[in-house]
Design a protein around this ligand. Structure first.
Ligand SMILES: [Zn+2]
Length: 128
């Protein structure tokens, strides 16, 4: 395997030049640094139409969660701004509405609290 190799996301085999089959799947965990218009879509590569179908089926089973996408957009803005941002500024910078930012943060907090509970067995006391 060399740096320029492209491999199949299903069988992990290196795909010969020109043989790759590409597709696009909905994925609420996909956010991009440069192509913000592609947020929520993931680009996948397979060695054959059959393996592209396998990938589409995998992503079809994964729920598309709006809050997850919004958290990704918020995280992208926070990566660039190390100072704490107010919710209204965060909304402006992410292109989301204030209620969407608030819902996304609540969703992320709930997920973190669940994870913390599983790891430590004690409820996490979180506040925004
Ligand atoms: Zn394959």
């Amino acid at each position: 395997m060399t740096a320029g190799d492209v491999w199949c996301d299903v069988c992990r085999r290196v795909i010969e030049d020109g043989r790759q089959v590409r597709g696009e799947v909905p994925d609420s965990s996909a956010v991009y640094v440069y192509d913000l218009g592609f947020d929520g879509r993931r680009f996948v590569t397979a060695c054959s139409k059959e393996h592209l179908t396998v990938l589409r089926e995998r992503y079809d089973r994964r729920p598309f969660v709006d809050e997850e996408l919004w958290v990704g957009k918020i995280a992208r803005v926070l990566d660039e701004n190390h100072d704490a941002l107010r919710v209204d500024r965060l909304a402006e910078a992410t292109g989301l509405t204030v209620p969407q930012v608030e819902r996304a943060l609540e969703w992320q907090n709930a997920r973190f609290a669940r994870w913390w509970n599983q790891q430590c067995g004690v409820p996490a006391a979180l506040s925004l």
